[in-house]
Design a protein around this ligand. Structure first.
Ligand code: FAD
Ligand code: NAP
Length: 341
């Protein structure tokens, strides 16, 4: 029998398309919404191996979900320690982009390049969210999480999170073991903007901005994203479906001899980062669809639900794309999106 939590809102047979941005039709038997720490502690104690849900912008449910799902809706954010580099705390259920705007409103820099990333603060450490040359880890101080088996709250420092490229300990050995409750960020009043990505420089140049501040960089990022990425409210998607692969230099040179236009950027451990979107486009999948599952016209890295796709439709398309890229480039693409099977 299911435990009853009077203070915790429970939705039976919850339609996951309302809680995830891919919008694929799937039902979850029991979805619990938790709004404060007491509710969260109760839920962590009584629910067996719950799946954790934030804004649902990086999840693909492939079929109905027969595990308890816990949606984290804890709210609150504040400057907990002021100074030249204030320490900011935000609860896991806070919307990430609203938190960026709030920081900008306090004249705090460091996360402006991460404007308009959907989802919650609590999910941000999972894949060390990144965009336009900035990753969460560059401002991350620590986080608090509940361990599911013991119900204990523990702190993870930046080193303990073992951040990597779209990666952290919470996607590896600590996967499904912790619920992140809140995150501490070290932001800055003395701003050092990062305009290393060509697209940002182009927008700033077009606007005649030669000395951009954090607000101008945020505005540029927002306008690029709005022009290039599908709005999940209009067309279902979860952003980049695959990670950009890192390959050894020798392999990159070999591929570049065959495909002189192949772009490459410095990656981890002396490897070369290759844009997966470029590989998918060259493999012929950009703009194509299998039924209602599509590869987005403006950015091949984004898979979309053109209307009525199931999770399996999207996954089958992903497998076709992975196979085509493997055949053409001998590269195994890895999904970035979390697959719920
Ligand atoms: P969810 O999708 O709800 O969950 C993602 C994973 O985190 C799941 O495994 C879930 O179990 C786990 N999780 C969620 N909350 C918690 C918690 N409190 N404790 C423990 N585990 C938790 N990502 C980028 O990095 N950079 C981008 O530029 C970017 N752009 C995007 C653009 C679009 C249009 C879309 C749709 C997505 C984009 N993403 C991007 C992906 C996504 O927005 C991020 O991964 C985001 O951090 C996911 O947040 P969420 O709350 O929606 O997480
Ligand atoms: P883009 O500018 O078309 O570039 C394609 C890829 O090349 C990017 O993925 C990026 O890697 C890499 N790249 C481009 N310029 C680079 C540079 N100067 N140095 C190092 N790497 C460089 O990419 P886009 O699709 O429009 O996305 C723009 C940014 O938003 C990227 O940072 C991307 O990660 C982020 N984004 C992420 C998601 C997601 O769901 N994860 C969705 C949309 C956008 P990186 O991805 O490593 O930056």
């Amino acid at each position: 029998m299911l435990p009853i939590f009077p203070p915790v809102e429970l939705i039976n047979h919850a339609p996951l398309q309302q809680f995830t941005t891919f919008g694929v039709v799937a039902v979850c038997d029991h979805l619990y919404r938790v709004e404060d720490m007491e509710e969260l502690k109760l839920a962590a104690r009584y629910l067996e191996r719950p799946l954790i849900l934030g804004g649902g912008s990086n999840i693909l449910p492939v079929g109905d979900v027969h595990r308890n799902v816990l949606r984290i809706e804890l709210k609150g954010k504040e400057i907990v320690e002021d100074g030249p580099d204030p320490l900011v705390w935000a609860a896991a259920g806070e919307n990430w982009h609203e938190t960026v705007l709030w920081a900008l409103g306090q004249d705090l820099g460091g996360i402006e390049n991460l404007s308009l990333i959907p989802g919650t603060v609590g999910a941000a450490p999972l894949q060390n969210i990144g965009a336009y040359g900035v990753e969460l880890e560059s401002v991350f101080h620590s986080l608090e999480a509940i361990e599911l088996t013991t119900g204990e709250i523990r702190t993870f420092t930046r080193d303990e999170c073992r951040f990597g490229y779209r990666d952290s300990i919470f996607k590896q050995e600590a996967r499904d073991r912790y619920i992140i409750c809140g995150v501490f960020l070290r932001l800055h009043r003395d701003h050092q903007v990062n305009t290393s990505y060509g697209a940002i420089r182009e927008v700033l140049e077009q606007k005649g901005i030669t000395h951009p501040g954090i607000h101008e960089v945020s505005d540029a990022v927002i306008s690029i994203r709005q022009s290039k990425l599908p709005d999940p409210a209009v067309i279902g998607n979860a952003g980049s479906f695959f990670k950009n692969p890192m390959i050894p230099v020798a392999k990159f040179e070999h591929l570049q001899a065959l495909h002189p236009q192949l772009p490459g950027y410095p990656g981890n451990d002396g490897q070369v980062k290759v844009p997966a979107g470029w590989l998918i486009e060259k493999a012929g999948w950009k703009g194509k669809s299998i039924g209602p599952a599509g590869c987005y016209e403006k950015q091949a890295l984004v898979l979309v639900n053109r209307g009525g796709a199931t999770g399996l439709d999207i996954w089958n398309l992903a497998e076709e794309i992975m196979s085509a890229v493997r055949q053409m480039f001998d590269i195994n693409l890895q999904p970035e999106v979390n697959i719920w099977k």
